[in-house]
Each structure stands twice: as structure tokens, then as C-alpha cells.
Ligand binder design. Structure first.
Ligand SMILES: [Fe+2]
Ligand SMILES: [Fe+2]
Length: 239
């Protein structure tokens, strides 16, 4: 497990984050599809959850951009507007990786992803604070998911995608935590985040447990991982 507290990104301003996103955008993944193979058993195991995460990663970002612009004006920091646009672009690239992988294997799973729909509705309930709490919860769970998915098959293309996701999602969590540090009512936010993490973790485990268990994860390990990253994110958002 990674300790965020040791990263120099902890001290990033939005100007630093903007530079980070710009630089990271020049290192997009070329998925190594050559000689990639999956057994039928592996396909059955992974594609249902990959479809859920592919949809979860995608967003037009309309509401997020709107509330981010209000927040940027309020804190007198225009860089946040650019950071959010880079962030949305990066998340859509994540969705693109998973979509390419599904297309490579001619998988066209279109599920009505209940959890994703709930996430989207919750994000739009209120302002930026609500958006960021929902986003960072999903990103923490994504860390556990991509870690497990990386070990659930022998596909080197999928492993490369998961590595890229983990590489990008850790800074995302730190970036969102920094944004949450700007808000008041820290105790209330902490309570909401813990409660929301508990509910979301249970729902995710129920719908994706096959991937986790095939990679050797137990429910206990999954919860421990999620709450370890949540506690670090809370620490970063209360400094
Ligand atoms: Fe992502
Ligand atoms: Fe993310």
C-alpha cells in the first residue's frame, strides 16, 4: 500500500497540479495488444466489472466544470478551472483504455450500471464539495479494483492498463483531497465520507467480488485497503 504522506504532491498548489496534468497528458498509454490472449473463463470473470468501471470513468463533466468554475472564482484561483478540465480529460482517457480493451475482445456489454447512475445523481445533488466527495470515494475504490484486476488474469495488455490507472488515480486522490481541504465543516465531511465509503465498498464488493477473490483478495482486505486510503485522504484534507 502506498503512503501518500511521503509524496511531494502533498504540497502542490493548483498551479503545480495544472503543470502535473499537462505533463502527465504527454505520457498516454499505448496498450500492448500484441499476442494478448484471454481464456473464456477469464473473459467471463472480468468483463462485467470492466464494463461498470468503463462507464464510471466516462463523464462529459458538464456539472463538474460548472461548479468548479464557481469555486475557482470564490478562491481567486483560475488554475483550478484548468486542473478540472485536465482531470476530466484524464478520466475519459481511462474510460477509453477500457473501451479499447473491450473492443479488442469484441465485448459489447451494455449494462444499466445502477451504482454508476447513483454516483452521477449524487454528484449533481449539490456543489463542488458533493462532487469531489463522490469522485474521491470512487477513485479510492478504483485503486483496490485495478490492483486486483491486474492480478486476476495473465493478460499483459490488461496489466498495462491497470498499472496506468493506478499511476494516475493516486495523484487524483491527492488532488481531490487538496480541494476538500478548502471547505469548512471538516467533521461533518469526515462523517459523510466514512459512511459513504462503507456503503459504496459493500455495493462494489457484491457486484465485483469474483475479480477480487480470483486475485486472492478477501472482503476484509478490500475494506482495509479502502479505509487505509480514505484515512490518508482525510488527513490530507484536514491539514
Ligand atoms: Fe480514472
Ligand atoms: Fe480518477
Amino acid at each position: 500500500m502506498i503512503n501518500f504522506m511521503k509524496s511531494n504532491m502533498n504540497h502542490f498548489s493548483y498551479e503545480d497540479w495544472k503543470k502535473y496534468f499537462e505533463k502527465n497528458n504527454t505520457h498516454r498509454l499505448a496498450i500492448p495488444f500484441q499476442n494478448d490472449t484471454l481464456t473464456d473463463k477469464e473473459k467471463k470473470l472480468i468483463f462485467s466489472s470492466i464494463c461498470k468501471f468503463e462507464q464510471g470513468e466516462y463523464s462529459d463533466g458538464k456539472h463538474l466544470k460548472k461548479v468548479a468554475d464557481i469555486f475557482a472564482k470564490k478562491i481567486h484561483d483560475n488554475d483550478y478551472k484548468y486542473c478540472i478540465r485536465w482531470f476530466i480529460k484524464e478520466e475519459n482517457a481511462h474510460s477509453g483504455y477500457l473501451k479499447s480493451y473491450m473492443e479488442h475482445y469484441n465485448v459489447c456489454v451494455k449494462e444499466n450500471v445502477v451504482l454508476d447512475n447513483i454516483f452521477r445523481k449524487l454528484r449533481k445533488l449539490a456543489g463542488l464539495r458533493c462532487e469531489v466527495i463522490v469522485l474521491v470515494t470512487a477513485e479510492i475504490i478504483a485503486l483496490s479494483y485495478y490492483d486486483a484486476l491486474m492480478n486476476a488474469t495473465k493478460s499483459h495488455a490488461l496489466k498495462a492498463i491497470c498499472r496506468q490507472m493506478l499511476h494516475d488515480e493516486i495523484p487524483h486522490i491527492m488532488f481531490q483531497s487538496y480541494t476538500l481541504s478548502h471547505f469548512k465543516n471538516k467533521f461533518y465531511i469526515k462523517f459523510i465520507r466514512i459512511l459513504f465509503m462503507q456503503i459504496t465498498s459493500i455495493v462494489t464488493w457484491v457486484s465485483c467480488y469474483k475479480v477480487f477473490t480470483s486475485a486472492g483478495w478477501t472482503f476484509k482486505k478490500f475494506m482495509r485497503n479502502n479505509f487505509y486510503y480514505l484515512s490518508q485522504s482525510i488527513k490530507l484534507s484536514t491539514v
